[in-house]
Design a protein around this ligand. Structure first.
Ligand code: HEC
Ligand code: HEC
Length: 225
């Protein structure tokens, strides 16, 4: 049985695959109170439960055991409404941050804000921080998309909205209210469209997963809807 199809599938498909594969509670869109085990099941690299070996979702093997009609419906290419193939990262905006660690809300777009800040005594602690881009694959320090709304919901149902700044960056400092209770989920909204992250995350270091390259099953950069 395979329980971690999420990385190559849209949220809606995750839900349907989870049902089809018999994985309990995987990626339920209302799973704010999901426990850590559920989170891990979604984030982990896919592993064939039977063999314990890493699984390659691009091979037909991954859908063995699934009903035939569902197999035919599953695309082998990620279905996120955009091309998420192995394209080398570019810089859509054409504008790079060149000022190193100079303190600024516009600093290091695409970088792991929290991962760096925790190592620097002058850097403010953040509850979450990241960058929204127009595509899935963008270099570190490349400016992203301005004026996109990022909405984070914590495990207590507290909701925080932030607008991305001129660099595409968004963040909530630790000194700012509310104090979030992890895990959190997130969505990005723009012009009446949205993209939602279904799996609850135990860190606000958004770009650590949505990096270049992405890790932990993330589809790529956090992308404008
Ligand atoms: C490689 C390390 C590094 C990365 C990556 C990084 N920062 Fe920083 N950041 C710093 C340091 C160091 C400071 C403090 C600089 C100082 O005080 O001179 C700082 C300061 C800040 C400040 C305070 C500036 C102010 O006006 O209050 C903000 C806001 C900030 N960073 C946001 C971010 C965001 C958002 C990201 C991710 C998109 C990010 N940083 C990524 C190192 C980093
Ligand atoms: C530990 C890794 C991790 C962290 C941290 C993380 N994400 Fe995600 N994100 C993922 C994975 C995996 C997916 C795909 C599965 C899903 O939707 O849950 C995803 C999906 C998304 C999507 C939907 C993408 C699409 O194209 O449909 C958005 C939007 C998103 N994340 C935003 C965020 C934001 C904002 C943060 C920080 C507040 C964040 N993520 C932190 C791993 C992470």
């Amino acid at each position: 049985m395979k329980c971690t199809m999420s990385l190559f599938l849209s949220g809606a498909m995750v839900a349907s695959m989870a049902v089809g594969l018999g994985c309990n509670g995987t990626a339920d869109s209302g799973a704010l109170g999901a426990d850590a085990a559920t989170v891990d099941a979604v984030v982990d690299v896919p592993v064939d439960v039977a063999t314990g070996l890493p699984d390659n979702p691009a091979t037909p093997d991954v859908i063995s055991g699934v009903d035939v009609p569902l197999v035919e419906d599953v695309p082998t290419v990620p279905d996120l409404g955009h091309d998420s193939g192995p394209v080398p990262p570019g810089c859509s905006s054409g504008v790079m941050w060149t000022l190193g660690d100079k303190e600024s809300p516009l600093m290091h777009p695409g970088g792991d804000c929290i991962g760096c800040h925790v190592t620097k005594k002058d850097a403010p602690p953040l509850q979450f921080g990241g960058t929204v881009y127009p595509t899935l694959s963008e270099k570190n320090d490349c400016n992203g998309s301005a004026s996109v709304t990022v909405e984070v919901t914590d495990s207590k149902g507290q909701v925080v909205s932030r607008q991305t700044n001129a660099a595409g960056n968004f963040y909530l400092k630790s000194e700012e209210s509310p104090t979030l209770v992890f895990p959190i989920t997130a969505k990005v909204l723009s012009k009446g469209q949205e993209r939602k992250m279904f799996s609850p995350q135990s860190t606000g270091a958004c770009n650590s997963c949505h990096g270049s390259p992405p890790i932990a099953g993330a589809p790529g950069r956090i992308m404008t809807p």
